[in-house]
Write a protein that binds this ligand. Sequence first.
Ligand code: ZN
Length: 184
Amino acid sequence: MVNFYPSATMTVNNSMFPQGSTQGEIVLRDEFHRFIFGDADNPPRGNWIILRRANTTQLCSCINPQTLEKSAGCTKCSKEGYVFYDEIFKTYYSQAMVRQFDPRSQEVLADISILNPDIRKYYFEYTVRPTDKDLIVMLRHDDEGNLVRPIIKESIYDITRVVDPRDINGRIAYYECHTEKEEI
Ligand SMILES: [Zn+2]
């Protein structure tokens, strides 16, 4: 059992959103955009990924129309039973520090945290609107951070939870997706 994302040990902190203001207010949407895409003074920090979006209103062709049961071996819908469609977005991710548990007592070993590359938080702009039914497909980038073409898919992360932090006016500032790596 692991403790996901203990806040004290997350690798991303508020320095992700440096000071910037419009009429005295930090505009998180703008800061986030600048963080991902860069500007004249800052390099872009984001990676391109495919967001494999679930269309839960459209059943996959593997569904039996009589029983509504899905076919176990279906590769089109990853056994989820509905159709997916792909869109490409730029995102930023952080890896989680995961606290270790004593397997016998089940107590947290307070001093020990390890970086778990299979558990990540992905951040998206407020326009993206990901859901916990969607998947994230990692794409290969070269050493300079440019997307390799033609596209090479490297790994898949399953979104388990979506958080939508709000700005001072209650608008969604960005999306934070908690994910786990999928076994392929
Ligand atoms: Zn299917």
